[in-house]
Design a protein around this ligand. Structure first.
Ligand SMILES: [Zn+2]
Length: 357
């Protein structure tokens, strides 16, 4: 059961800067967020600029919107959820294939924002960490829970529900970047290889992320009927076919979810204390319960050694609310909570004190 106090109810501004959309919202209650605006992201696909130019545009967007909203709402704290891998200790951005492609440049968003508006209390966290923090707003069972997001990219984050702590690699400050784990993909039994957006071959994201699925739907011979039906929107045709009960589309969906099912199977073996895994992201929202059902079919077929319980994964794997605002809520909750200081500012002794509280 979540026991973290979510703080007083003063307004907090929150940003959700994803690979496809940028959202701004105001956290007005313990964990209710009001969406203020949603605009297409400035990314490497729609803007011909080198990576530092794209990153400067992102900083300008946050600073301008913060100035504008501050005049209206008078907040002190701003939470930013960023769709990029981050070193959670230093705030250094490690890269984001959906935002900036394979390119990298030294970038510390929190430092840039503090320099631009030093009187604002900034909290910058990875978007999947924001989804994990949002789980604190629900009364979930068990000691730990994992947020899994399947959108343009794919990643997961495990959080301690009692403390709000997200354990990170002590040096590199990351956790749960499952999108770049090696994976194996078969379409109707035939092995298929694909390149990940990070440049490496056969990563989970190349087969199970939104962009991976879209690329495969454009190439696989098995998806030709969908392309013929809707050449300009094969993802839409696939979604409609799955929702309409087309057995070939459902079989393809099982192929797309199998590599993720294998990762979740390993998680169940290695960390059984995670009693709830919550799925979210554009792919999950688009396919609804069909997505979760497909994942559960694969997990049932794979099986878990030593556990004879047909409802095991159905009990543990759920879907998040599909309002698209979870990362905004998570960024706002973390900006408001003193626990946002855990990995950045506290000494080891102070951190222990907060965690033991
Ligand atoms: Zn990769």
């Amino acid at each position: 059961m979540s026991t973290v106090a979510l703080g007083p109810r003063h307004p907090v501004l929150a940003f959700d800067l994803g690979g496809s959309w940028w959202r701004v919202g105001l956290l007005t209650d313990a964990c209710a967020v009001r969406l203020l605006c949603r605009v297409p992201a400035v990314n490497h696909r729609n803007t011909a600029k080198p990576v530092p130019g794209l990153q400067a545009d992102l900083v300008d967007f946050v600073v301008e919107r913060t100035r504008e909203q501050r005049r209206r709402h008078g907040f002190d704290a701003v939470g930013v959820s960023l769709g990029a891998a981050l070193n959670g200790h230093t705030g250094e951005v490690l890269g984001s294939a959906p935002l900036w492609g394979g390119g990298t440049a030294p970038f510390n968003l929190a430092a840039a924002l503090r320099e631009a508006l030093p009187d604002v209390r900034w909290t910058v966290l990875n978007d999947v960490s924001a989804l994990a923090v949002e789980l604190l707003a629900h009364s979930l069972p068990g000691r730990r829970a994992t947020a899994v997001t399947v959108s343009s990219g794919i990643a997961c984050r495990t959080i301690d529900l009692r403390t709000g702590h997200i354990p990170l690699d002590p040096v590199h400050g990351v956790q749960g970047e499952i999108g770049h784990l090696p994976a194996r993909f078969t379409a109707l039994g035939r092995e298929v290889r694909a390149h990940c957006e990070c440049g490496a071959p056969d990563h989970l994201a190349a087969f199970s992320s939104g962009r991976g699925i879209e690329a495969l739907l454009r190439e696989l011979p098995e998806a030709r009927p969908l392309r013929d039906r809707s050449p300009d929107d094969v993802v839409g045709a696939f979604t409609a076919a799955v929702r309409g009960g087309d057995p070939r589309a459902r079989s393809l969906l099982d192929d797309f979810t199998r590599p993720l099912a294998e990762v979740l199977l390993h998680q169940a073996v290695l960390d059984p204390g995670v009693e709830r895994t919550v799925l979210s992201g554009g792919v999950v929202d688009g396919l609804g319960d069909h997505y979760r059902d497909s994942l559960l079919r694969n997990l049932a077929a794979l099986g878990l050694y030593g556990i004879d319980d047909p409802a095991y994964f159905a009990r543990r794997i759920t879907r998040a609310s599909d309002d698209g605002l979870a990362a905004l809520r998570g960024a706002g909750i973390r900006a408001r909570s003193p626990l946002d200081l855990i990995d950045v500012h506290l000494t080891k002794g102070e951190r222990r004190e907060v965690l033991d509280r």
